[in-house]
Design a protein around this ligand. Structure first.
Ligand code: BEZ
Ligand code: MG
Length: 591
């Protein structure tokens, strides 16, 4: 090998090491719940430090309490940004985005994060009432951040800390049981919106007419562009049609970020009337958009349908408006598809249906129940069930009628499926709803389009919202939760419910195999190794919750039996032995 070749190999090696470093950092820094929330108990030391650090990493908008609209107020800059600025570095966002490809940026990023951690420690360990001054003083000295600039963030942290330190949940519950008044408060994730504190209040939702908020529109553009960029990097072009899952509670928490993402994909913005209500759309000209308008099929939950009637009308209006624009078909995929259908005799009304949900009064896809109860033979049954449950069209004048052919027509064109994750508390293996929705729609697409769509999730729990493939997301969740001793030991402290929670994670992981074939072999191997093949662990689990342990071992055997997991025969033997042993014990208990 000549010296040029050596140099190339060295560079390639450096790039790989850096990218690996980036992945390890991502796992290490991920905020994970370490145990269940105990009603009435406030979070302690380590948890408080981690929470405040994450809160301080987000720019946020502090609405002016005296203004009529929630859109006026001031932006509170994230400490990560202020530190990068104070040190004369590039913005924190740039450091995060590019640290995987540049060693000096990786070091700068580490320095910013280290300083943030120390600043929060200084803030927390100062005598009462002096935390903000101590934190601001530290950042002035160590990073040249003017105290005036960091003050709004430290004021916010003081408020969050104080509200987290007390806990009125039990008092509020007792008051509710007495029929007393409970003070209302917004529902959201603490990191997204610290105004959810104090807890123990009567959660209220949103005014759907304010959805999406200006902040949501601003954040959504970056995420939507990153999603399209990711697809382009992998496929070399834009997707013509994508399917997107929209949930109600998520859009309450983020003030409609996912709604704003759908609008951005179509190349429109909400237009607000004189009462500040988002009742119409404004078309973003193609020259400004700089890319084609993507055709978006929206499958919305029953909760979204119930809460956001006016938003479904807005989304439907957006599709109809875009379909009617006089633009070249290669820059307006909605128009292209609508014209194509018109040629085949479909009415404009039918050809523009894009917002689908359950029949009125119905909720969910039932795909999760089929998987949990092992009531399926082939993946296509799961995709069909998704369509059966979700094929009701919503929007102006559509009357929630059954529209199976229209939905199937749309799904047959889909190349990309997507859902936004908005909370560090609930991820793709925490609940069965992600696989029933995103997995369900992906499976329905695969059958109808004839090939598996690219499946992505965006992670707006991070200030620099990141797009990952489904496989990457499951790997990250498995490493940071299911297979992470910090996570499962935290749960095991809760005994019976902790084991049940671990079993749910294994089953939800399995749900991703059933619907999307998205789980690597090593994940099942390591689940088996951690929870079943380790005798001490298996005894602990059985002692705490025999039923859930049985379900977990059974699920692993089911994965192997269905050909989802190519387990070693020796491992299967041990799993079967464990299963029989648990069965005997259960019979012993019942007899
Ligand atoms: C929703 O917020 O729309 C939702 C919540 C739980 C499961 C599915 C959807
Ligand atoms: Mg549920």
């Amino acid at each position: 090998m000549d010296s040029t070749g050596d140099k190339l190999r060295q560079e390639e090696r450096d790039a790989r090491v850096l990218s690996l470093y980036e992945q390890v950092l991502e796992i290490e820094q991920r905020l994970i719940p370490t145990g269940l929330h105990v009603f009435g108990v406030a979070p302690g030391g380590e948890q408080m430090q981690a929470l405040l650090q994450t809160v301080a990493s987000f720019d946020r908008f502090d609405p002016d309490p005296h203004a009529a609209s929630t859109d006026s107020g001031q932006t509170v800059r994230a400490l990560t940004d202020l530190i990068a600025l104070g040190l004369g570095l590039e913005s924190y966002q740039v450091l995060v985005e590019r640290s995987g490809a540049s060693e000096s940026r990786a070091l700068d990023r580490e320095r910013v994060e280290w300083l943030l951690e120390r600043a929060i420690e200084t803030f927390l360990s100062a005598p009462e009432g002096q935390g903000a001054a101590a934190g601001a003083g530290f950042l002035l000295e160590e990073a040249g951040v003017p105290s005036g600039a960091s003050k709004p963030e430290f004021d916010l942290l003081c408020r969050v800390r104080e509200q987290l330190s007390g806990n009125a949940e039990l008092d509020a519950l007792a008051a509710a049981l007495r029929g007393d008044y409970i003070v209302p408060g917004p529902g959201a994730d603490i990191i997204q919106n610290p105004d959810v504190l104090p807890t123990g209040r009567n959660t209220h939702a949103v005014n759907p007419y304010l959805i999406p908020s200006r902040m949501a529109v601003q954040r959504a553009a970056g995420v939507a562009d990153a999603l399209l960029q990711r697809f382009r990097t992998e496929k070399g072009r834009y997707p013509e049609t994508m399917a997107m899952v929209l949930w109600g509670i998520d859009n309450i928490k983020t003030q409609g970020e996912a709604v704003a993402q759908a609008l951005h994909m179509l190349g429109v913005k909400p237009r607000r009337d004189s009462l500040n209500r988002a009742t119409g759309v404004e078309v973003i000209p193609l020259e400004v958009l700089g890319r084609p308008r993507i055709d978006v099929v929206m499958t919305v939950s029953g909760i979204f349908r119930d809460l956001f009637g006016s938003t479904m009308t807005l989304l439907d209006t957006a599709v109809r408006t875009v379909a009617e624009l006089d633009e070249p078909e290669n820059m307006n995929f909605v128009r292209r598809h609508v014209l194509l259908q018109a040629e085949q005799g479909t009415t404009l009304e039918d050809a523009t249906a894009r917002v689908f949900s359950n029949a009125a009064g119905n909720y969910g896809t039932n795909v999760n129940f089929m998987v949990l109860d092992s009531q399926w033979q082939t993946g296509s049954e799961l995709g069909d069930l998704f369509v059966t449950r979700k094929c009701f069209a919503y929007g102006r004048g559509r009357d929630a009628g059954q529209a199976r052919a229209m939905m199937e027509n749309c799904l047959a064109r889909v190349e990309l499926t997507y859902q936004n994750i908005d909370s560090s508390e609930i991820g793709v293996t925490d609940v069965d709803h992600y696989f029933e929705y995103l997995g369900g729609v992906s499976r329905a697409v695969e059958q109808r389009a004839g090939s598996r769509p690219a499946i992505y999730l965006s992670d707006s729990t991070n200030p620099c919202a990141k797009v990952r493939t489904l496989e990457e997301t499951i790997q990250l969740e498995s490493r940071t939760k299911t297979l992470n001793p910090k996570w499962y030991e935290g749960l095991l402290r809760h005994g019976f419910s902790g084991v049940a929670e671990i079993e749910h994670h294994v089953t939800n992981t399995f749900g991703w195999s059933a619907t999307a074939g998205a789980v690597d072999k090593w994940i099942y191997d390591e689940v088996a190794e951690t929870f079943v093949l380790d005798d001490t662990m298996l005894e602990r689990l059985k002692g705490l919750n025999l039923g859930s342990t049985r379900s977990m071992v059974g699920r692993l055997l089911e994965a192997a039996g269905r050909g989802i997991w190519a387990a070693d025969e020796e491992v299967l033997e041990r799993l079967r032995g464990a299963f029989e042993d648990i069965d005997d014990r259960i019979e012993g208990v019942v007899a």
